[in-house]
Design a protein around this ligand. Structure first.
Ligand code: GLA
Length: 387
């Protein structure tokens, strides 16, 4: 990947000094879904797939972007004086948003850039290609302009730019997982205060298999923002009877005691998911520490049911993938991962069952949905780097 992106850079922008290549990973979330904007816990890990960039400073204020994933768009030219979002800017709204967010914090770029990108995260798969692009941008800005930011700052800046420049009210999980990833570890993050802990994830005798449904329903951004406001409203209602900062502050028992304060059945279901999912995540990490993979798997399955029935962010295609996965011998757990409405599932599968898992689930998906599923046996990698 490094050579490919570098060669493309030379072809488009010429050879010479000062070109550097950077990488930032995508992520998969093992458990803790839709908890990150509710002050709850998440348990994602960075992947070894992600986004690569070859970058060089220019002598003027021009920005030239080229993505090997969208060659039909050619070189997209803009400038440091035009850091505003627009539909026409397409994918460049992500890096531009990060540049804008740095400038908002007083970190202004004095010279433009030539940038060539190449990513190996399937687009729209829910494995956070956008967060990886945001963290990648922040990382090369820090390196090339000497901005004084930590990797946690990069996660915050990425989320800020996505919220305020790209109009997606996401939580911090994806950017945090990309910026803070560590090889063979998942990150147990408390989004209430950003305290975190790395949990070793060398699964003895099992693999993490990501299955791409190859569907992405257009609801994703709008429904995401709706879920978020439903949770905010439920929180306000609960705050009339109990003093809490987020839904993540409640145990299941407390939630059951106070739920009647929420005046709408749909909001009760949303809040219930947020509370129970947070507790499941805490328990799942505990199970992993105790080497209890079967319990970890059960909690993953329960997470799916809750996302399907109470949070209602699954879809038929994903439900087929998960149901079929549950039927396969050697599957420890399987659930939807990421924002929902398509994208991927994540499954933990015993080594000896990985092949039959792909064959069985792939065939059933083709038969029931009429589509091909893609399978990735993923590895857990490090956060961003200069290569
Ligand atoms: C998307 C968002 C994250 C998180 C997940 C759901 O990936 O970007 O912040 O809310 O959905 O867990």
């Amino acid at each position: 990947m490094k050579e490919t992106v570098l060669n493309k850079f030379k072809e488009l922008f010429g050879d010479g000094d000062g070109v550097h290549v950077y990488f930032a990973p995508g992520r998969v979330n093992l458990i803790g879904e839709h908890t990150d904007y509710n002050g709850g816990h998440v348990f994602p890990c960075a992947l070894t797939i992600g986004t690569y960039a070859a970058v060089r400073k220019r002598d003027d204020r021009v920005l030239k972007f080229y993505s090997m994933n969208f060659p039909e768009l050619g070189v997209i030219e803009t400038s440091l004086d035009e850091l505003t979002p627009s539909d026409a800017a397409g994918w460049t709204n992500y890096p531009k948003g990060v540049m804008w967010a740095f400038a908002e914090r007083g970190m202004k770029m004095d010279r433009g850039l030539d940038i060539v990108l190449n990513g190996n995260i399937p687009n729209g798969s829910g494995l956070s290609s956008s967060a990886s692009l945001e963290v990648l941008t922040g990382y090369y800005l820090k390196d090339l302009y000497g901005f004084d930011v930590t990797n946690i700052d990069l996660a915050k800046i990425g989320q800020y730019s996505e919220n305020h420049f790209n109009g997606m009210n996401c939580g911090i999980m994806d950017q945090f997982a990309s910026a803070m990833g560590r090889k063979d570890h998942a990150i147990f993050l408390d989004t209430a205060d950003l305290s975190y802990e790395y949990a070793p994830l060398v699964l003895d005798g099992a693999k993490i298999v990501v299955t791409n449904s190859n569907v992405k329903h257009s609801l994703v951004n709008s429904e995401y923002n709706v879920r978020r406001s439903e949770c905010e409203k439920a929180l306000e209602e609960l705050q009339t009877v109990v003093s809490i900062h987020g839904l993540g502050d409640l145990t299941e028992e407390q939630f059951e005691a106070y739920r009647s304060a929420i005046k709408d059945e749909v909001r009760v279901k949303r809040a219930k998911h947020a509370v129970y999912e947070n507790q499941r995540t805490i328990r799942a990490v505990e199970a992993l520490k105790n080497n209890d993979l079967p319990l970890f798997g059960e909690l993953m399955n329960a997470s799916h049911v809750s996302l399907r029935d109470d949070y209602q962010v699954s879809c038929d295609e994903i439900d087929v993938l998960v149901e079929e996965a549950w039927k396969v011998d050697g599957v420890i757990g399987s659930r939807i991962t990421g924002g929902g409405f398509g994208g991927c599932t994540v499954s933990i599968v015993k080594d000896e069952a990985v092949e039959s898992f792909q064959a069985q689930v792939g065939a059933a998906y083709q038969e029931r949905v009429g589509r091909k599923a893609d399978f990735y046996v993923v590895e857990i990698g490090d956060g961003p780097s200069r290569l």
